[in-house]
Write a protein that binds this ligand. Structure first.
Ligand code: HEC
Ligand code: HEC
Length: 343
């Protein structure tokens, strides 16, 4: 794939052995870059004020995997976002935080975050650099105050030297902590699935996958828009007729017309990120397709692109759509050593 590498501040940074000072960071020999994969739109987060560097990325990675960010040092970001399932939470419909408390939403996969104008199923967070504050301070996730996180980091010599290497100062602040995490998360690009290779003209898809892609473009792509496989909008895909339990977007906006709307999830890596929907109610892609053919509930906010009579699909159609959805798995991403925890 031809990659449009940003020039200037986004230039690929490859430092071999340049971090002699900073052995704990794991940044030696690390090659991290931000690039726009072929056909992707311009990103929302541009790193303009937060140049990505190996030392900043490594610091962000260490923070991502460090349970010190939680009240009782049991839970890291990586506890609920696991690389082998594209950073979703394997086997959990709802997330489990400190004291094994149950949240009310399913942990989404994490990738291509630089392209997201807002985060969370309800869009409650609108900037990559503040995103980590939400799970850190959420009482059923990490239940910690950000000031106490900073206090704990300041007591650590390892973190002092990593902040120095990344930002030229060992005075550890909320802003620098968030920036390091944004460097790590912003660099998490997933764009090398078989679907991407097909789009780049490198491989052919099977007849079933091709038919699935065709059906997907007819029935699904309006919302799960290529190439990110989401249009980033909030929509009601007919899961429920009343929204007492979780009003979705309306939790943030308090507007009745937003009741039951959730941000359209990207379907990249979807074969790995089960269970599905904001509350993890469906355990398989075939249950998801049954929902679209025969489970859509009428309500005042049902998306106009969907009818309560459902999307007409035969069982062969469903099989083919699932074959296509399986081409969205990016094995390179889930095995990329740069995103793994460094011991
Ligand atoms: C207890 C489990 C848990 C922990 C710990 C956790 N997350 Fe999450 N994460 C979730 C859940 C659940 C959601 C969806 C929340 C929602 O929509 O209300 C989420 C959503 C996100 C999103 C938004 C993704 C999207 O598509 O909008 C990002 C980014 C994210 N988490 C990053 C982090 C980072 C960084 C940390 C550590 C500071 C972290 N998470 C810790 C469970 C967790
Ligand atoms: C009207 C817009 C719309 C259309 C059309 C649509 N979807 Fe969705 N889809 C959504 C929304 C919104 C969600 C999230 C709903 C929620 O969790 O409350 C979703 C969720 C999903 C999920 C769960 C993903 C996850 O990570 O949990 C899958 C899989 C999915 N859709 C596949 C499809 C397929 C396949 C089609 C076509 C047959 C389709 N969708 C058509 C809007 C749409």
């Amino acid at each position: 794939m031809k990659l449009k590498v940003f020039s200037l501040w986004l230039a690929t940074i490859t430092l071999f052995g340049a971090c002699t000072k900073d052995e704990s960071s794991g940044s030696e020999g690390l090659s991290v870059s931000f690039y726009i994969p072929d056909g992707f739109p311009q990103p929302v987060y541009t790193f303009q004020n937060n140049k990505i560097t190996p030392a900043g990325f490594s610091l962000g990675r260490k923070l991502f995997y460090d349970p010190i960010l939680s009240r009782d040092s049991t839970t890291s970001c990586g506890s609920c976002h696991q690389q082998f399932v594209a950073f979703a939470n394997a086997g959990h419909a709802l997330s489990h935080g400190v004291d094994n408390q149950l949240g009310n939403r399913n942990s989404p996969g994490l990738f291509n975050m630089a392209w997201f104008p807002n985060f969370m199923w309800d869009g409650g967070v609108n900037h990559l650099e503040v995103q980590p504050l939400a799970p850190i301070t959420n009482p059923v996730e990490m239940d910690e105050s950000i000031s106490n996180v900073i206090f704990k980091l300041q007591r650590s010599d390892a973190y002092k030297s990593m902040f120095s290497a990344a930002f030229g100062t060992d005075s550890i602040t909320v802003q620098l902590t968030m920036r390091a995490m944004a460097q790590f998360m912003g660099a998490m690009i997933s764009a090398d699935s078989r679907y991407d290779q097909y789009r780049a003209g490198k491989i052919n898809l099977s007849a079933s996958e091709m038919n699935g892609l065709q059906l997907f473009r007819t029935h699904c792509e309006n919302c799960h828009k290529e190439p990110l496989l989401t249009d980033m909008l909030f929509r009601n895909n007919g899961l429920d007729s009343v929204f007492n339990k979780d009003a979705g977007r309306a939790v943030i906006t308090h507007l009745p017309q937003d009741s039951g709307l959730f941000r359209v999830p990207s379907l990249r890596n979807v074969a790995l990120t089960d269970p599905y929907m904001h509350d993890g109610r469906f355990i398989s892609l075939s249950q998801v397709l049954d929902h679209y053919t025969s489970g859509i509930r009428q309500s005042a906010t049902l998306d106009p692109l969907l009818l309560s009579s459902g999307i007409p699909l035969t069982s062969q159609d469903k099989t083919d759509i699932i074959s296509f959805l399986n081409t969205l798995t990016d094995h390179k991403y889930i095995n990329d050593a740069r995103f793994k925890e460094v011991q």
